[in-house]
Each structure stands twice: as structure tokens, then as C-alpha cells.
Design a protein around this ligand. Structure first.
Ligand SMILES: Nc1ncnc2c1ncn2[C@@H]1O[C@H](COP(=O)(O)OP(=O)(O)OP(=O)(O)O)[C@@H](O)[C@H]1O
Ligand SMILES: Nc1ncnc2c1ncn2[C@@H]1O[C@H](COP(=O)(O)OP(=O)(O)OP(=O)(O)O)[C@@H](O)[C@H]1O
Ligand SMILES: [Mg+2]
Ligand SMILES: [Mg+2]
Lengths: 162, 156, 156, 162
């Protein structure tokens, strides 16, 4: 399968709906310091069920919702959707195209959807278990994290891959 | 579980040694299963020997050598267990020009089976991208994105 | 001790705000003395607001914004308490081109009173060096050094 | 005062006596990954009395001595000397030029010298107390260490400067 689309709306600095279409091959994302590049990778981790504040660089759940800027009001929600082309049936689900959505409201309510149908966080984790989060999204400054771990901690990398 | 773990470990260890030698343009590296003193499941040790150097502990590797060794491990795991995508955030920041060239060649190989998305400031890496997105921050703190199709002119 | 601490703190805090605004080309930042919950000596909080953004916690700053904020603090402390030298190892690695230009201008100011030695891969920083040393590793694992006087031709 | 000279001999990858002369202004040090640039900054920290293995990227004291390479035998000692121009009398010592030397032998013996005279580690710390190690040498990847500290830990930076 392939990741074909990513949409961010109200997530961190992406106040307006922003869409990335991924063509086969290498996609590079460039831009000045503080422009929002790492927020994109936070968005991908978040939609796939990441709950750790430190990996999302946040302190509380509403830190992922657009907090406003000069003259722009804060957002009421954050929403991220990823779309996979599953025509080879790799992901354990019968759709040829799979969308995963996560939505968080200022009230603290969190919603997960697969192909538009509300599901639980557990269902997202089941779907993405084969993805192995630790080596699918490598955060800024974390490339050599595996080298700093102790030998028994590194086992996880291989168990994921098993 | 244990049998599958060992099978995966052996395959990843083989890929890791190959990826390390390719990325460093020489030298050798190994993954070693080591028994846990407390009797729990075995741990994984990494031994790296950049070209021209002795076998040494990971602590003595330089910043760039650590990043390149970690990249070799990442490429090895992704080869054994392909993923629909990989998103790398400035993993090439510590690399010098010669290592960026070897890194981007290996990235191009990875992109044959996996959707590779890379956040980078590195001109050498941008040059091999098939498509490019530019992110900027407006005065009001809102990020905007511009798709800059690689019409070949960008690498200039 | 406490009086001297507060005096130094106030002077560094003033220099930090100036250095931050210079390095970021705008925005504001402050150092704030905060009481320790357990009644011990006060701690130092850092609040940073890059240009165009709201006042936010340090956790939300980007990689480059963190490096630049830390550089502002470093320049401020060195201004208040000059040191015979400063040795910076790739502190500019996370900075984009615009920030490298502002960083190197501030480094040139620092070099008026302090011997500034900087390890860097950044072309923009190398261009403002007054002298240059190239380090390389021989086949036998021995580092050698070449002094490459900046005859003006190097920046090319 | 100014740092005018640095000599490394047998320290880490600097098996042969290597001398850096520092002119006023900015000195840049460049070179490929793994060539020995950060070993230079480790050498400066070490000669000024640094004892922490993690800051010196070593596990045991003899890790700072040249360990040998292809065909080159390991060294028997590591020695680093820094020279300060003290004509303004800034350093609390009556010499117009001050050299500080640290020598470590494979036997584990450590020697410190100021202007050629053997001194104790305490004397080095007294001399360099005014330097404030934490902001004189900033290690690779450690530029934003002050931002990761808790508020009460940051006090040390200002106490040094006081
Ligand atoms: N909830 C939020 N609302 C609005 N803005 C936010 C929010 N969370 C983070 N930000 C902004 O995003 C910016 C950081 O973006 P990010 O870390 O993606 O930058 P970057 O492009 O990766 O930069 P660098 O090249 O320095 O790594 C911060 O300056 C912060 O102001
Ligand atoms: N005691 C020692 N004897 C011999 N070589 C050593 C010793 N200690 C470290 N080294 C070597 O020094 C190298 C690391 O050097 P260093 O960290 O200075 O590189 P660097 O130039 O800073 O690279 P980068 O640009 O990647 O940060 C290691 O590869 C290691 O082999
Ligand atoms: Mg970033
Ligand atoms: Mg280094």
C-alpha cells in the first residue's frame, strides 16, 4: 500500500485545511525555521494514535489545536486525515482505499474514524500495529535514538518488525 | 514469538551490515544478540567500525557517524518489514557532503518500495526529490504550503 | 551571593531580550525569576515569542527556534561575563539560511571581545571566519590538521 | 585575556602532536564526519579539569588516550596544553602568559601543570572558576541544553556568571 494523501485542518499551525498529495518516489518538505514542517510529522503520528505528549511536543491535549496568532482567532478543533492506497490488501481491512481520521475538540473529546465510520482508539492501533510507529516516523533530532537505548530496549524495534 | 523474533533479527542483522558498508563507503557493523543478565529476553547490541577505524563502542562515534549508523538500521528494518510510508525529519542534518550523497542514493532505493517523505534543509537531498512542498509561516502564525513540482529547474 | 546573583540576572535578562530580537529579526523574549515551590532559591524561566507568534511555552518552539533562543542566552551571558574564549560545536546545524546570516553577524560582534572558535559544516558561517582549520582522518585513524589561511579565495 | 594556542598530543584521534594557533577574530574548524573535530572540543574541556565521562564521550579514563588504528599502535599517554595571553591580568595568576597542561598515562596517573609546575586538580578549578565551563565550551547537539533544564537548574548558569 502507499500513503497517498494527508490533510491537516486546525492541527497546530495548520489553521486552514491543508492537503498534501504524495506521488510515488521521494517527497521533500522544505521551509524556514518555525514554519510548520515538524508539525506535519506530529500530525501523522497523532492521526495514527500517538498519545505521548513528549513525542507530540505538547503539554496538554488542546495544544494540538490551532491556538491563534496575530489577529487570527484560536481554532475550535483539530483534524488530520491520512489516505492509504490499499489495492494490494496489505492493511488488515477490505477496502482498496483506507482513510484514517482523528478529530479533537476543545471540549477534550477525541474522535477516530476509519473510512468515515467512528471507531475506537483500539481499532486504530490494530490497523497500524503492522506499521510499527517507531520506524515509520522519525522525529527531528531522534534519528540516533536507537543507539542511545540499552540493548534490551532495542528488542522492541525487532518485535514490531516481526 | 521467540522464533519469529530470531528469524526477523537474523534478516535485519544481515541487511544492517550491508546498509552500513554502503552508507559509510566501507567499514563493517554487526547486530549481536546478547543475553540479559537478569535472565529476561535477549537484548540487541550494535557494534560499528567506520572505515579505517578499530572496532569501538558506540559512545566514541562522532555525531555524523551516529546518524549514519542509525540510518543504516532504519533502512535495514524497512527492508525486512516494508511500510507504506516513512517520514524522516531532518535525519541528514549532521551529515557531511560525501555522506549526504551516499545517504540519498540509499533513500532512492528505499523509495522504490516505500513512500519516502523527508523534511530537510540539505540541498543535496532536495536535488533527488521527485516532488517538493515548501512550507512558510504567515504573519498571523498560520502555516501555508506551496507545491513546487520539480520541473528540474529547482535544483539550481 | 544572592545580591550578586540578582544583579547578574538583571543584566543578563536585559542582554537576552536584545540578543533574541536581533537574532530572530523581531519578536520578544524574557527571562523571569520564579519562586521555587519548595522554598529554595528562585529558578529562571524563559519565555520566547518568535516574530508573528503568540507567547508560548518553550515546548512548542521548533528545532531551529530552540537553537536560536539558546544562542541568544549564550551571547547574553558572554556579554555580561566575558570569557577568554568560546568554543561552539555545530550550534548552527539546525538554522535555516536567513537565521545563519543573523547568527553569524552576532558571532562577529562577540569576536570583538572573545576568541571565538566554531566547529561548523555551514557554508554561511565559514564565510565570516578570519582563519580556518581543516581536519581530516588518515587511513590509520589519526586526525591531521591543515591551516587554511583565509586568503579570501576560500569562500568561493 | 585570549586563548592563543592549543596543543593536543596522543589525545583521542590526535596521535601526533597537533598545534592550533588562534588569531584574533573567528576561527572556523571544518572537516568530514568522524575526522576529529569534536575531539578538539573534548580536549579543551578535559585540560580545564572536566571529569565527567558523559561530557567527554568516554567510558573509562584511558578512552582519552589514542587507542590505535590500522597499523598504528596505541599511544602511551594523552597530553593537552592551552595557552592564554594574560597580559591584562584577568586570570588570577601573575603570569602574562599562562599555560595549562593535563597529561594522562595508561597507568591511570593524571598530571596537571600550570606554566610547567605540577599542581592539583583543585588549582585548575580555581584558575578556571571564572571561565564558567558551561558556556565556554558548547558541545555538539547541546546548544539547547539550557532550554531543557528546569527553572531551578538554570540558576547555575547565572551563579557562574556572577
Ligand atoms: N497549537 C498551535 N497553534 C499554533 N501554532 C502552533 C501550535 N503548536 C505549535 N505551533 C507553532 O509551530 C511552530 C513550530 O513549528 P515546527 O516545529 O513545525 O517548525 P519547523 O518548520 O519544523 O522548524 P525547524 O526547521 O526549526 O525545525 C512554533 O513556532 C509554534 O508557534
Ligand atoms: N581514544 C581514541 N583513539 C583513537 N580514536 C578515537 C579515540 N576516541 C575517539 N576516536 C575517534 O574519533 C572519531 C570521532 O571524532 P569526532 O567525534 O571528533 O568527529 P567529528 O569530526 O566531530 O565528526 P562529526 O562531523 O560527525 O560530528 C571516532 O570515529 C573515533 O574513532
Ligand atoms: Mg522541525
Ligand atoms: Mg562532531
Amino acid at each position: 500500500p502507499r500513503l497517498t494523501k494527508l490533510e491537516l485542518h486546525g492541527f497546530k499551525s495548520f489553521a486552514n485545511r491543508t492537503t498534501f498529495l504524495f506521488e510515488p518516489g521521494i517527497t521533500a518538505i522544505i521551509g524556514p525555521n518555525g514554519s510548520g514542517k515538524s508539525n506535519i510529522s506530529d500530525g501523522v503520528r497523532w492521526v495514527l494514535g500517538e498519545q505521548s505528549h513528549s513525542l507530540l511536543r505538547s503539554k496538554k491535549t488542546e495544544d494540538v489545536i490551532f491556538a491563534g496568532g496575530n489577529g487570527k482567532a484560536p481554532g475550535g478543533f483539530a483534524e488530520v486525515t491520512v489516505t492509504f492506497d490499499n489495492s494490494t490488501g496489505w492493511l488488515p481491512i477490505e477496502f482498496s482505499e483506507v482513510t484514517v481520521t482523528r478529530r479533537s475538540l476543545r471540549s477534550g473529546e477525541n474522535q477516530f474514524l476509519i473510512n468515515g465510520r467512528k471507531v475506537r482508539l483500539k481499532d486504530i492501533h490494530h490497523l497500524t500495529a503492522s506499521l510499527g510507529q517507531s520506524y515509520t516516523v522519525v522525529g527531528q533530532g531522534l534519528v540516533d535514538a536507537a543507539l542511545s537505548q540499552r540493548a534490551e530496549e532495542r528488542r522492541g524495534l525487532f518485535e514490531h518488525a516481526a | 514469538m521467540q522464533r519469529r523474533f530470531e528469524e526477523t533479527f537474523t534478516r535485519v542483522a544481515r541487511e544492517f551490515s550491508t546498509a552500513f558498508t554502503t552508507l559509510f563507503g566501507g567499514g563493517t557493523a554487526k547486530l549481536i544478540l546478547i543475553d540479559n543478565e537478569n535472565g529476561g529476553p535477549a537484548g540487541v547490541d550494535i557494534v560499528a567500525q567506520p572505515p579505517g577505524k578499530r572496532l569501538q563502542s558506540l559512545a566514541l562515534l562522532s555525531g555524523g557517524e551516529r546518524a549514519l549508523t542509525a540510518a543504516a538500521l532504519l533502512f535495514a528494518i524497512l527492508k525486512v518489514n516494508p511500510s507504506p510510508f516513512v517520514l524522516l525529519d531532518e535525519v541528514d542534518a549532521a551529515l557531511d557532503e560525501a555522506n549526504v550523497v551516499r545517504f540519498r542514493e540509499r533513500l532512492q532505493q528505499l523509495a522504490n518500495d516505500t513512500q519516502a517523505i523527508i523534511i530537510t534543509h540539505n540541498r543535496g537531498t532536495i536535488e533527488v526529490a521527485d516532488s517538493l512542498y515548501g512550507v512558510s509561516m504567515r504573519e498571523d502564525g498560520v502555516s501555508t504550503v506551496l507545491s513546487m513540482r520539480m520541473a528540474g529547474s529547482l535544483a539550481g
